[in-house]
Each structure stands twice: as C-alpha cells, then as structure tokens.
Design a protein around this ligand. Structure first.
Ligand SMILES: Cc1cc2nc3c(=O)[nH]c(=O)nc-3n(C[C@H](O)[C@H](O)[C@H](O)COP(=O)(O)O)c2cc1C
Length: 236
C-alpha cells in the first residue's frame, strides 16, 4: 500500500508538462498507465471510457497541425474580448511527445444510472468518470517519471470531429481529452495552490470567508493562467 507521504509526494510533484524529449516510452509503461485508468471510479461503475493510443509519427504531426489551426479563432476571441491573449508563440510543446492518448466516452452507458440520476445529472456523472480516468493517467505517468498534458481543445467540435474521422472513431463517442505522454524536457514550476485553510470549512461554511468579487478577481490574477500566476511565470 502506498504510504500517505509517498502519495502526497506524487500528488504534489505531478505537473502538467508542455515540453517533451524525443525519446520513446516503452509500451509496457503505457499499458501500466491504461491499467491505472481502468480502475478509476465512475457513476454506477459505468466505465464510460475508451482510449486510442497514437504513436505513429505522421499521425501525431497531423494532430499537432490540427491543434495549431484551431488556435487561430481561440486567439482571435481572446483578443476581441480581452484585448490580449496569454497564449503566445507556438503552443505545441507536446509535438515531441511519443505517445498521444485520446480519452473517449460512450454516453450510452449512462443507462447504468437510476432513471432519476440520469435525468438529473447523467452528463455530470459521465464527464466526472472521464475526468477521473484522465487523472489516473496523469498520476500513473508521473509515478514513472513521465510527463503528461491535458490538451482539452481536442474536445472542441472542430478538432473532435476531425480526429474522429482520421482515427476511425464512431461519431457517437465523445472526445474528452488528448493526453500527450513522454519524458519531460524539464520539471515545470508548480503553479500556486490555495492553502488547506483557505479551501476548508470545518462543520459549516465560515461566513467571514465568503469570497467577494474583488477576492475572486484578485485570485484570478494572482494564481491562475488568466493572470500568468501573478505575472511571475508565463504559462503556455
Ligand atoms: C479540465 C482541464 C483542462 C485543461 N486544459 C489544458 C489545456 O488545454 N492545455 C494545457 O496545457 N493544460 C491544460 N490543463 C492543465 C492545467 O493548466 C493545469 O492542471 C494547471 O495549470 C495546474 O498545473 P499542474 O497540473 O502542473 O499542477 C487542464 C487541466 C484540466 C483539469
């Protein structure tokens, strides 16, 4: 059994990696990652996930090119609304990752839920299951010294539709995320986290700690991508 300190070390040191070495990852490592993924929890044990593992260099390059293409309207929207964009340069540090794992979901297994649950929150449970499996992928990769990234734009209608067509994925499946996996160029700095005291309310919600709009704005600028983590670092 993993001791809590070892687990915390893994939880703290896992980073979203955005730059990869051109170095092969043994297939056995990927199989271990997928073994971890299948043990993720899911509503009603519905296990909505399936994975397409892409190692072919030509296909990976096509996927990178597709990703770059879909950045254009994303940037334009940021510029139009905010007058700036935090995404600068080529956002394709994952181009060298030797393995891309595409996380897919099949919403038909939502029938595992009771009817009311499905009506109330079938979509929420479906996404939570996929997110849980994806987190398992990231943690398993990190435990073996590998880096991984969430490329969530893969779920955009444009990118998902084209990916499905290229990879022969049935249209009824959802593309949830693309996870490049490989050896990191470097261990990225840890983005800030709110402290346990800040996020925890014992017994009842502490009324003096309700965050106002100014607190939220401050938080967004100090700790998140929107504010480049308080302008200390440049998240991609
Ligand atoms: C739902 C979700 C979507 C994300 N999408 C992206 C993404 O498209 N590209 C990316 O580089 N990182 C993405 N991330 C990674 C976050 O930026 C990252 O988890 C956060 O900045 C904290 O950094 P850390 O993972 O290194 O602790 C995503 C993370 C989550 C959970």
């Amino acid at each position: 059994m993993l001791a809590i300190e070892e687990f915390l070390e893994l939880a703290r040191s896992r980073r979203t990696v955005r730059g990869f070495l051109k170095k092969e990852v043994p297939r056995g490592y990927i199989e271990k990652i997928l073994e971890a993924a299948r043990w993720a929890p899911s509503g009603g044990n519905s296990q909505p996930w399936e994975f397409v593992v892409v190692t072919d260099a030509e296909m990976r390059q096509r996927i990178v090119d597709l990703y770059v293409k879909q950045m254009q309207d994303k940037r334009e929207m940021e510029m139009a609304v905010r007058g700036t964009t935090v995404t600068r340069g080529e956002p394709t540090g994952f181009r060298n990752a030797p393995v891309f794992i595409l996380v897919l979901g099949d919403a038909r297994v939502n029938d595992a839920f009771p009817i009311r649950t499905n009506l109330d929150k079938g979509e929420q449970h479906f996404i939570t299951g996929l997110a849980s499996a994806t987190l398992m992928i990231h943690l398993a990769a990190a435990s073996m010294g590998l880096g991984s990234q969430w490329v969530s734009d893969s779920a955009s209608p444009y990118m998902a539709t084209i990916l499905k067509s290229w990879l022969g994925i049935p249209q009824h499946l959802k593309v949830y995320d693309l996870v490049p996996v490989g050896y990191p160029v470097k261990q990225p700095l840890a983005p800030p986290r709110r402290t346990v005291e800040e996020i925890t309310h014992w017994e009842h919600y502490a009324p003096d700690r309700v965050r106002g709009d100014a607190d939220i704005n401050n938080f967004l600028m100090e700790q998140t991508r929107l504010g480049n983590w308080g302008r200390q670092k440049q998240p991609e």
